[in-house]
Design a protein around this ligand. Structure first.
Ligand code: GLU
Length: 304
């Protein structure tokens, strides 16, 4: 068994015989309209393909977590008729697996320790140029970077088409384990997408660019790459993306119909007026049966 094959024994993964999608919120705040759009799109895409829809709570960044947000997010998904198919996966329970993957990467000389500070990288133009690559620096106080052997300067997105990625960014040896001891988002998201056998990632366009890095990591791990489909982001009149950081208002669990209809319209679907008076489950059933992925606007942002 060569070293890359052995990585597949670290992350068992699953056969990619049927569609598996996911929604992966970070519990740093409650769900807002933008997150509803991403959740709904990934759910409808999975259900219209008779696939499974999974929910993963991305709680690796404990300092940024809002206590109890995970439970609230799950309650909101249920209130909006978005029922998941398997047990919810919490990233905080995956540390052992992430560490095994980090060890394998290190063992195969596919990663290295880096002591550069953010200020130093800024000075050299904002892109990390591999300064520590051959220095064999101690692990103490270091970030771990991936030796990027497979840069993706472009990829095909299921909705946006061909996406060109800034080549400096695509080639960068990016961080997979942070200096403060936290696992990096890129590592955790890819390991879990492999672990959960995800066949297609449907999410907001804010994660369009990081997709290139994720493809790099899948390739490095010799793992099956999912397809990607990025739906437009809802932005405010001032041009801000609706986000937890911008304190976008949480959606109402007690009156889900209007936001659900609005989210369907945002996704270019054409809900019948009669649905306004229907139950959440009826709206969802209609949306699954009438889901037209080709009707989603190919824009990266839509002003609300
Ligand atoms: N946890 C990320 C977020 O809430 C999403 C990750 C993903 O969908 O890949 O923004």
């Amino acid at each position: 068994m060569n070293s890359l094959q052995s990585l597949q024994t670290v992350i068992p993964g699953r056969p990619h015989t049927s569609y598996r999608g996911r929604f992966a919120p970070s519990p740093s705040g409650l769900l807002h309209f933008g997150s509803l759009v991403a959740a709904l799109a990934s759910f409808l895409q999975a259900k219209s393909k008779q696939g499974k829809w999974l929910v993963r709570i991305e709680d690796i960044d404990k300092p940024r977590e809002l206590i109890g947000a995970d439970k609230e997010i799950l309650k909101t998904l249920e209130a909006y008729g978005l029922y998941w198919d398997e047990e919810v996966l919490y990233q905080s329970n995956q540390a052992e697996l992430y560490n095994e993957v980090l060890n394998h990467l290190q063992h195969n000389q596919l990663s290295y320790n880096c002591h550069c500070t953010r200020a130093q990288i800024k000075q050299s133009g904002g892109v990390y140029l591999g300064t520590c690559k051959d220095l064999n620096l101690p692990a103490e106080g270091a970030a771990i970077r991936l030796k990027n052997q497979f840069p993706y300067t472009e990829f095909i997105d299921g909705l946006q088409g061909k996406v060109i990625v800034n080549s400096g960014l695509a080639k960068e040896d990016f961080i997979i384990h942070r200096r403060d001891g936290l696992f990096a988002y890129q590592l955790a998201v890819v390991v879990d997408d492999i672990y959960q056998g995800i066949t297609e990632v449907v999410r907001g366009c804010d994660l369009l660019e990081p997709t290139a890095r994720q493809l790099t990591l899948f390739k490095t791990l010799n793992a099956h790459q999912p397809n990607y489909l990025h739906v437009p982001l809802a932005i405010t009149e001032q041009g801000y993306k609706l986000s937890k950081q911008n304190a976008a208002p949480a959606i109402d669990n007690n009156n889900p119909q209007p936001a659900l209809i609005q989210a369907l319209q945002f996704l270019g679907q054409n809900p019948e007026p009669a649905l306004m008076k229907s139950s959440v489950d009826e709206i969802i059933q209609w949306a699954i049966s009438n889901w037209q992925v080709n009707s989603i606007p190919k824009k990266q942002e839509i002003m609300l």
